[in-house]
Design a protein around this ligand. Sequence first.
Ligand SMILES: C[C@@]1(CC(=O)O)c2cc3[nH]c(cc4nc(cc5[nH]c(cc(n2)[C@H]1CCC(=O)O)[C@@](C)(CC(=O)O)[C@@H]5CCC(=O)O)C(CC(=O)O)=C4CCC(=O)O)c(CCC(=O)O)c3CC(=O)O
Ligand SMILES: NC(=O)C1=CN([C@@H]2O[C@H](COP(=O)(O)OP(=O)(O)OC[C@H]3O[C@@H](n4cnc5c(N)ncnc54)[C@H](O)[C@@H]3O)[C@@H](O)[C@H]2O)C=CC1
Length: 197
Amino acid sequence: MAERPLYPLFLHLEGRDVLVVGAGSVAEKKVEDLLTARARVRVVAPRATDRIRALAGAGTLEWSARAFTASDVLGSWLVVSATGSRAVAKRVFEEAEQRHVFVLAVDDPKRGSAISSSVVRRDPFVVAISSSGNAPALTRLLRELIEQILPEEHWIRAARDLRSLWRKEQVPMGSRFSELVRAFKDRATKKAPSGEK
Ligand SMILES: C[C@@]1(CC(=O)O)c2cc3[nH]c(cc4nc(cc5[nH]c(cc(n2)[C@H]1CCC(=O)O)[C@@](C)(CC(=O)O)[C@@H]5CCC(=O)O)C(CC(=O)O)=C4CCC(=O)O)c(CCC(=O)O)c3CC(=O)O
Ligand SMILES: NC(=O)C1=CN([C@@H]2O[C@H](COP(=O)(O)OP(=O)(O)OC[C@H]3O[C@@H](n4cnc5c(N)ncnc54)[C@H](O)[C@@H]3O)[C@@H](O)[C@H]2O)C=CC1
């Protein structure tokens, strides 16, 4: 069991304020992921990467070019703390804890209440992987391996079509899984050029 057992969750961040403290390369990666989830991103940091500057220039996020202050946490649903300074991480965490806001602390996970994961997307499936903070490089490797073995999206479309058919034909629940496996086996066999299996 991990030192601090985790409760995995998928968040809807669309339109919600997320504060990012720090604007270096690590913060930049988190910013990109937050924007993918359509969060409203506010960045507070004296210095920012070119990419974060450009996103601020385009109005995609808001960047305040200064050091963190306690009131920055107000209105945020989530805070990413990414300054590389343990002293700042401590202040961010304490402030967020008081206000019951989750903190993703990239530089000092002990001063955090959430951690990010490696993500494999096969719409509508999202596979999130974590080593509970123990081995991020291994988490990445596992993500790359899972990406290779997970079927592409056309398999998922096929499964959806099959499900509609089952519903229409009132196929009993108990036989649907074995039907799915059989259908996919048939597809795999058909796809292989003749003579090869
Ligand atoms: C706790 C956590 C907090 C958080 O960021 O949420 C955290 C913390 C830290 N990461 C560090 C280092 C590295 N991180 C990566 C990669 C990723 N790190 C990610 C998540 C997490 N990293 C959270 C826990 C994840 C889990 O549970 O496994 C991933 C999964 C997702 C993402 O970044 O969004 C993404 C892979 C994405 C992908 O490609 O799939 C690599 C490898 C590489 O990229 O080449 C290295 C170098 C190798 C190494 O050090 O292991 C350091 C040390 C800094 C130092 O020593 O100076 C700390 C700080 C510390 O642990 O103290
Ligand atoms: N979680 C992860 O995936 C990883 C985490 N890390 C850790 O992440 C940390 C950050 O790394 P980088 O982005 O490379 O750092 P960096 O030094 O490039 O950026 C630091 C940023 O914090 C800002 N900052 C400094 N003091 C501040 C304050 N008081 N208030 C607001 N902003 C402030 C700076 O202006 C700058 O934008 C490091 O501690 C590193 O060890 C490193 C690799 C991966």
